[in-house]
Design a protein around this ligand. Structure first.
Ligand code: KG4
Length: 338
């Protein structure tokens, strides 16, 4: 018997709904919120309001594009956290209402599990998915973690950032350069034309597998501040080289600990996920890193790197198979670990 799951994601500023049948993606609809652009960051109250406006049409579109009706669903999966509480409440309440109305199970999903499990979303039945165990480098606006994934419900964080996340390093440095929010994709674009060896920025010396990006941010800031004293147009003239050097430093920091994790665990499969895994330099560097060491690399399609409901639906699908359902008394959580 086939299993059809509706996934709902509303943890930050993207409202998304997706339908998955037996692991195969039937639809994945994402409504991004442009309302935050003028503020240089996500405004939580505006995000929740936009989710309220978007959620009905987005779910409707996901069902239509999947060619099904609500009556064909077996369960509703939703992101319970971590994320912005107001935003999560919209998805949680909607999922509960739909599950109650249709009398089908409700399944809660940890957003971070979703990012890791996005590699199991199949677009074609013969798509290859990672074999357990594998290491996942989860790099986004809020997280930078190396996760040992033993099974869909058995994950261990081996290392995490002790201050800023990799995405924050991109975004905060981009802001100092005067680039729009979020700056990550702008750095990516500029870096393609710059010299990655032109500038040197501080790299952390943190023991173990933990990350730190705040020293890099400070050294980037000081480089720009000092250079602007003698040349006010310094950033404008050197933006491609600055972007390329910043990106190369972030990649170096990421790969240094990833390499240690591979050595320590002996795990031979490496996956990446989260918004920063959309970065062209990161993708190429991880692919190259794996090729040199004979490791199998899983680099997600760009559509599955940022927040999306397909990853929520696939995580929900595995929990559904285990009959791991969620009570209606469940409330969203802003913070949680793996
Ligand atoms: O996973 P995600 O959508 O959500 C949050 O955790 O917030 O990640 C968003 C982050 C932002 O910091 C954004 O700048 C970064 O991912 N990002 C990128 C690229 N695309 C998105 N960073 C570098 N290069 C990119 N191409």
């Amino acid at each position: 018997m086939s299993v059809t799951i509706l996934g709902i994601e509303s943890s930050c500023d993207d409202t998304s709904a997706a339908v998955i049948r037996d692991g195969l993606l039937l639809s994945n609809v994402i409504a991004s919120q442009s309302v935050h652009e003028e503020y240089g960051g996500v405004v939580p109250e505006l995000a929740s309001r936009a989710h309220q406006q978007n959620i009905v049409p987005v779910v409707d579109a996901a069902l239509r594009r999947a060619g099904i009706t609500a009556a064909d669903l077996d369960a509703i999966a939703f992101t319970r956290g971590p994320g912005l509480l107001g935003s999560l409440l919209v998805g949680t309440s909607f999922a509960k209402g739909m599950s109650l109305g249709l009398r089908i199970p409700l399944v809660d999903v940890n957003h971070l599990h979703g990012h890791v499990l996005s590699h199991f979303v199949k677009k074609q039945p013969d798509d290859v998915t990672p074999a357990y165990p594998f290491l996942c480098l989860l790099i986004s606006g809020g997280n930078s973690q190396i996760i040992l994934v033993r099974d869909y419900n058995d994950m261990e964080i081996l290392g995490r950032t002790i201050d800023d996340a990799a995405g924050e390093a991109f975004d905060k440095c981009a802001k100092v350069m005067g680039l729009p929010y979020p700056g990550g994709p702008h750095i990516d674009r500029l870096a393609a034309e710059g010299d990655p060896k032109r500038f040197r920025f501080a790299k952390p010396h943190i023991p173990g597998l933990d990350y730190s990006f705040s020293g890099l941010k400070t050294s980037f800031l000081y480089t720009l501040r000092d250079a602007r004293k003698t040349d006010p147009d310094f950033v404008e003239k050197n933006k491609a080289d600055l972007a390329a050097s910043l990106q190369a430093t972030i990649i170096d920091i990421l790969l240094h600990k990833l390499s240690k994790a591979v050595e320590q665990t002996g795990v031979r499969t490496v996956a990446i996920g989260g918004g920063v895994s959309a970065n062209s330099g990161v993708r190429a560097a991880v692919a190259d890193f794996c090729e040199r060491r004979g490791l199998t690399a899983f680099i997600p399609e760009r559509a599955f790197t940022t927040d999306n409901a397909a990853m929520v639906a696939i995580a929900g699908y595995y929990k559904y198979l285990d009959k791991d359902f969620c009570p209606y008394s469940a409330t969203p959580y802003a913070r949680v670990s793996i």
